[in-house]
Structure formats: C-alpha cells, structure tokens
Design a protein around this ligand. Structure first.
Ligand code: GLC
Length: 560
C-alpha cells in the first residue's frame, strides 16, 4: 500500500526509543532494535514514525536534555544506524519525524558550557542569566532559577536544573537552531515534533508570580506560555527552514496550556506556522492542584473537550488526536477499562480517537492494549518528574505518601514507558538483558506475537482503522458533529462530506446502554464498517442504540 500524498491522511506512530526494542541486550531500546521492527510498523499501516529523542544526552530527562543536536547517543546507536532507519522507512513509503527539543538544551551542551563560563562570554546571552531570580516554579518541582556559583548569576530552567532554557530573543540562537534543522531535513528526515514549542517566547521582564500557599514559588505559565513572539518565531522558522522544500515537512508543536483561539493561529495554513499542535485540555481533565491530585473523570467533559477542538479548528486549522504518549499513562487504563473489558475498550478508544477529525497518533503499545503496570513502590520508577515530585512530598510534613504512590501508579510518565511487549518471554521480546524499567508482568498474555495477524485482536483493529482512513475520504475530510453531548456513557458523533457520512457510537461503560440518537430512521439501512466486538451484530439498528459493555460500532452510508 502506498501512502496517500495528502499529509492530512497520514497516521503517526510514536516510538519512545528507550522502550521500543533492544538489539544489544543492555536493557535499553536502540535504533537497530527499531530497524528490526520496521516491518511490524509497515504491517500496522502507519505512514509516519515520530522518534522521541535519540540525540547525544546525559539522559537526565531520557534524552529531552540534548548535548549535541547533530549526533546520536551511543546508547541508541550511531548516525549511520539512523540513516539506515530512514532508508528502511522510506523504502516502504513511510516517513520519519524527529523530536526537536529547542526550548532548552542539556547543561552539557557546548553552548551552555560556554555560556556559563564567564559573564562576558559571547554565548552568555544564549541563555537567561539574571542577578535576581524570579520566584517561578519549575515544571519538575523546585525553583525554575538556579544560582551558578562560578559567575554568581541565576539561570532559567523551566524543567530540570540540567535543562537550561535557550534565549530565543537572541537571533544567533535562532539561526543556529534553523541551521541544525536544515541539516536534518537535508539528511532525509521528513518533519519535526517540537517539544514545548509554545514556551520559547518569554515575557522578557521575567516578573515574579503569585506563590503557592506556604511556598515562595508558584506557577508562572502566564509569563512563558504562548508568549509575545511565539508566532513570529515560528513563522521565521517556516521561512528559514521549511519553505521551498520539495516535499511537505510535517510539523507538530507540543503546546501545554494552548487555547483553541491560539491553536487556530498556530495551525492556519495561510499563516505558515505549524501543521498541528498537541493540546492538553483533554488529558488534564480531573487534575486538582497537580496531576497526582486526581478527581473523577466524567465522560461528558471528555467529549466536550474533544468536541471544542473539533469545532474550534474546523475550516481553519488542523487537530492532532492522541490519548497517550510518553508523558501520559496508558490510555486503556486511564480512559478505558484495563480489567475485564480491556480488549473491547482498547478498540473503542482507538475507534473514537481515529474517527475524530485530525491526525491520529498511535503511541507504541497502544495498538496491543498495553496497560499501566502494577507499580507500588517509589523504587519502581525512573522518571525525573515522578522522583522529584515524590522527594518534595517526603520533605513536606503531613504529606500522604501512600495516597501519592497510588496516584503515581495511575499517572506517572513511567506508566507509558514500560517496554513494548513483543512476546511472552521473560524480557517480553524487548530485551535479553535487564530492562531499564520493568516490563509489565501481563506481557505473558498481552503481546504482539499473540495479536499480529489474529482476527479480532486489538492490533488488527488498529490496522482496520488505519486502512479505513486511507480508503475513505470521509475520515479525513468529513466535518464533525457530536451527538448526545450530555449522555454519561455513550460517545456518539457524525462525520459528513457531501458524498458520505459515518456514524460512530461507543459505549464507555461496563453496562448495557440505551440511547436514542437524534437521527433519521434511514440509518437503519446503513452498513456496519467496524465494531469492537469482533463483528457481532449490534443489538439494535440506529437511530435507536443498545450497546453492550464497551461496544463501539461504525456505520456508513452514502449521501444522495
Ligand atoms: C516535553 C516532553 C517531555 C519532557 C519535557 C521537557 O513535555 O514531552 O517528555 O520531559 O518536554 O523537555
């Protein structure tokens, strides 16, 4: 199957290299491991692979702290391996999108080593140095400004102390980044997933923020999210890097806190900024004071969060669609049912996600219904965000550590990072050594070997959804209408072009659910395209629904 040329028809698959496939038995995934699995990705049918960072890095944040943008870390392999991966993907009509982490570098990047060496170093101004720190809180706990003893000034790091923020106000910084990006495109990569790219423009007065109760520090999002020059910088990037290339360069910007009106501007093709953004509204539902302070999640809120973006970007921008990635727990555990209805709910989640309007992102292992691991102790975790948050709680008198650990088992980023389950062997087919993060013990039953080519498997369901997108233009082009927005358990919507319409209806509960759709009776004659219950006929024909636990059905009809 050859990939359709309109990039809006592509499906992206995210590889988190550390956890995908380990070829040399050191317990960490690597490029040769990925090369060995290109056939698997091709069989799934995805068009694009997004590779989380493989650059040289001290691995303070698993590679999101880069010390050399133009080399591969030996942990993952060599540049030659990466070239080979690109060639293997291209040979099958697939593309490679690299992670671009340019809000910050590692503190071991030569730019920062120079910058910190003296106050009058020519690269001093490539980062944010001040005599007096603002009271901003870092996104990985603790203050966002740290004193550098050598020169007696503070530097800004929105993430860990080892991830100093680049100063995008300095044109030399921007030119150096654009040159590096051109180098990658010339080497054969097909696009970029841009890490926290809505944090690159700061309020340059760097004002103090309102502290959290009982703390000197507080969140300072208003001073660095979608800042004053964000659009200008991205347009400059477009004209400096992407314009005039033969093939479309696929771009997606990760944007915590982005709003619908901002996203319209970022993704309006006429403005030449980005193809799409990752918004966070739906994955932050139910957060209290922070992500480990969880409230119940109500389906109408989740539907509305997705529908707001469908409506808001319709006709101008373009959505990215995701339920999970390397920063999120497993989607089947979070939004589905990883107990008795695991298979049906994994398929239902995929159906609902892939049939919204936008570009779907499959996160490695979701196509196998991988679930959260039964982690109980802090020693189970490796993620810097989790470990730092826990360490801070330990220092806080009265903190409920048992409750925190329970919340971490639900929300830690490590839940999305356990090794991909290829087979039932002790290392899950991921490694012959000791994995850097435990494999989920359920790999004995939940794995690729048990699913690829097996009718009714979650893998084959994903294949069907991806093929449907490639075959039926209504999936990409149809407009979107949410039905029954207030129903507590049914997620139903229509997709419609002038020629065809799809009706998607899903039961997000473990009970049989009834609902009458506000649709005409002719829907009873529509054909069933896909179901989560292995082709079982629906109990009733639309517009009257009766759906079994976690059942989802897709109907299609031509429009006369
Ligand atoms: C993004 C990445 C995350 C990383 C952070 C800092 O949110 O997805 O994994 O820790 O940026 O680079």
């Amino acid at each position: 199957m050859s990939a359709p040329e309109d990039w809006r028809r592509w499906v992206v698959y995210q590889v988190y290299p550390r956890s995908f496939a380990d070829s040399d038995g050191d317990g960490v995934g690597d490029l040769r491991g990925i090369i060995g699995r290109v056939g698997y990705l091709h069989r799934l049918g995805v068009d694009v692979v997004w590779l989380s960072p493989v650059y040289r890095s001290p691995m303070d944040d698993n590679g999101y702290d880069i010390s050399d943008y133009q080399d591969v870390d030996p942990l993952f392999g060599t540049l030659a391996d990466l070239d080979e991966l690109i060639a293997e993907l291209h040979a099958r009509g697939m593309k490679l999108v690299m992670d671009l982490v340019v809000n910050h570098t590692s503190d071991e990047h030569p730019w920062f080593t120079e910058s910190r060496s003296s106050r009058d170093n020519p690269k001093r101004d490539w980062y944010w140095w001040r005599d007096r720190p603002a009271n901003w809180e870092s996104l990985f706990s603790g203050p966002a400004w740290t004193l550098d003893e050598q020169t007696g000034q503070y530097y800004l790091h929105l993430f860990s102390t080892r991830q100093p923020d680049l100063n995008w106000e300095n044109p030399e910084v921007r030119q150096a980044i654009y040159a590096m990006m051109r180098w990658w495109l010339d080497r054969g990569v097909d696009g970029f997933r841009m890490d926290v790219i809505n944090m690159i423009s700061k309020d340059t007065s760097l004002p103090d923020t309102t502290p959290r109760p009982g703390s000197r520090h507080g969140p300072a999002f208003q001073y660095f999210i979608c800042g004053p020059r964000n659009h200008e910088f991205l347009q400059e990037m477009y004209w400096s890097v992407f314009a005039g290339r033969d093939a479309h360069v696929l771009t997606v910007g990760e944007m915590p806190g982005v709003t619908v009106p901002e996203a319209v501007l970022f993704t309006d093709p006429a403005r030449h900024e980005l193809d799409m953004v990752f918004q966070f509204q739906h994955v932050q539902l139910g957060f209290g004071a922070n992500k480990f302070d969880l409230r119940p999640l109500h389906l109408p809120d989740l539907k509305a969060a997705m529908a707001d973006w469908q409506q808001g970007l319709a006709g101008r921008g373009w959505n990215s669609l995701y339920f999970g990635n390397h920063d999120q727990p497993r989607s089947v555990s979070r939004f589905g049912d990883d107990g008795p209805h695991r298979i049906a709910s994994a398929k239902t989640l995929a159906t609902v996600l892939h049939l919204h309007r936008g570009t779907p992102y499959v996160y490695e292992g979701d196509e196998l219904a991988m679930a959260n691991a039964p982690f109980t102790a802090i020693t189970d975790y490796r993620d810097i965000e989790t470990l730092r948050f826990y360490a801070e709680a330990v220092e806080r008198p009265g903190a409920d550590l048992a409750a925190l650990l329970a919340a971490m088992a639900r929300m830690s980023r490590d839940q999305g990072r356990t090794p991909v389950q290829w087979d039932a062997s002790p290392g899950a087919g991921f490694t012959t050594g000791t994995p850097w993060l435990a494999v989920n013990p359920d790999h004995t039953t939940v794995n690729a070997a048990a699913q690829v080519g097996v009718p009714g498997s979650v893998f084959e369901h994903y294949r069907g959804l991806i093929a449907l997108r490639h075959e039926d233009p209504v999936v990409t082009d149809g407009d979107f209408e949410l039905l029954l927005p207030d129903h507590p358990a049914i997620w139903a919507f229509l997709r419609r072009t002038a020629r065809a319409e799809l009706l998607v209806a899903a039961n997000f509960s473990a009970d049989v659910m009834d609902a009458a759709l506000p649709l005409d009776a002719d829907w009873a004659a529509a054909s069933v395209v896909l179901t989560s219950l292995n082709g079982d006929s629906p109990l009733q024909l639309p517009p009257d629904l009766k759906l079994r636990p976690w059942e989802s059905v897709v109907w299609r009809r031509a429009r006369s």
